[in-house]
Design a protein around this ligand. Structure first.
Ligand code: NAD
Length: 255
């Protein structure tokens, strides 16, 4: 029997096989979970269907996280198919390229709102309807980055969005704790994904980090998948409102 045997989860944010969300899907599926996946736009459905062909009975649903009607429809379908839900993985973020590449002081009002809406508010939006499907409790996990607490070159408005996201985690955890629903963030070291390639200087920084991090290992999606598996399973039942770092230890070294 797997750690997630009989459990059901929904994963937001698989774009391709390099996505962190895909690493989480592999770990949670291997542990026995039944999974639903969302894709941002119809064009991505085919890719996701191909990727998930070896996953048992996956449910694939369209969802732009800025669209409340689509979110509602996702949970209606998940409720219909699964009855109840045990975990939600939120692995979604986006900012306009010009708001990452330029000077931080030039961040536009629209760009700020966009980044915060897609990357931070969306956690609240996908958590709220999950509550009704978690009568016996559950676990919500989101993906964050050290740029929330340190001014990282090229991260700009996304750093502000991640700070808001981590605050969302704490407030949601306080709100939902009495319902035995836990909310945690997983802070990843750099991984070469579609989203990461939008961050100027990503490759150089990833190299720098590998030289400085205590563990002589590169963060990969399998490590994040297993860390997320811990957070969505009962092994972490005493943990909520936390940011867990999976970054080869880089976050705590100086210099
Ligand atoms: P990715 O590009 O594979 O995944 C990002 C996902 O966000 C994609 O599936 C994309 O479709 C989705 N998305 C963007 N806008 C959306 C919208 N409006 N509605 C629905 N979905 C939307 O990249 P990734 O690196 O796997 O990113 C996943 C998460 O991990 C993000 O929150 C990212 O900030 C975080 N993260 C990544 C790294 C890294 O180095 N790759 C490090 C720390 C944190």
């Amino acid at each position: 029997m797997g750690l997630l045997s009989g459990k059901k989860g929904i994963i937001f944010g698989v774009a391709d096989k390099h996505s962190i969300a895909w690493g989480i899907a592999q770990s949670t599926a291997a542990a026995g979970a039944r999974l639903a996946f969302t894709y941002q736009i119809e064009r991505f459905r085919k890719n996701l269907a191909e990727l998930t062909k070896d996953i048992a009975n996956p449910l694939l649903l369209e969802c732009d996280v800025t669209n409340d009607e689509q979110i509602e429809e996702v949970y209606r379908r998940v409720g219909e198919e699964f009855g109840t839900l045990d975990f939600v993985v939120h692995s979604v973020a986006h900012a306009r390229r010009e708001d990452l590449a330029g000077k931080f002081r030039d961040t536009s009002r629209e760009g700020f709102k966009f980044a915060l809406d897609v990357s931070a508010y969306s956690l609240i939006a996908v958590t709220r309807p999950a509550v009704a499907l978690m009568p016996n409790g559950g676990s919500i996990v989101t993906m964050t980055y050290l740029g929330s607490e340190r001014a990282m070159l090229g991260y700009n408005v996304m750093g502000v969005a991640k700070a808001a996201l981590e605050a969302n985690v704490r407030y949601l955890a306080a709100d939902l704790g009495p319902l035995n629903i836990r909310v945690n963030a997983l802070s990843a070291g750099p991984i070469n994904t579609l989203a990461a390639r939008g961050v100027p200087g990503f490759t150089d920084f990833a190299k720098y980090l590998r030289e400085k991090a205590p563990l002589a290992t590169k963060t990969d999606t399998a490590q994040l998948g297993d860390a997320a598996l811990f957070l969505v399973s009962d092994l972490s039942r005493g943990i909520t409102g936390e940011t867990l770092y999976c970054d080869a230890g880089y976050h705590m070294v100086g210099g």
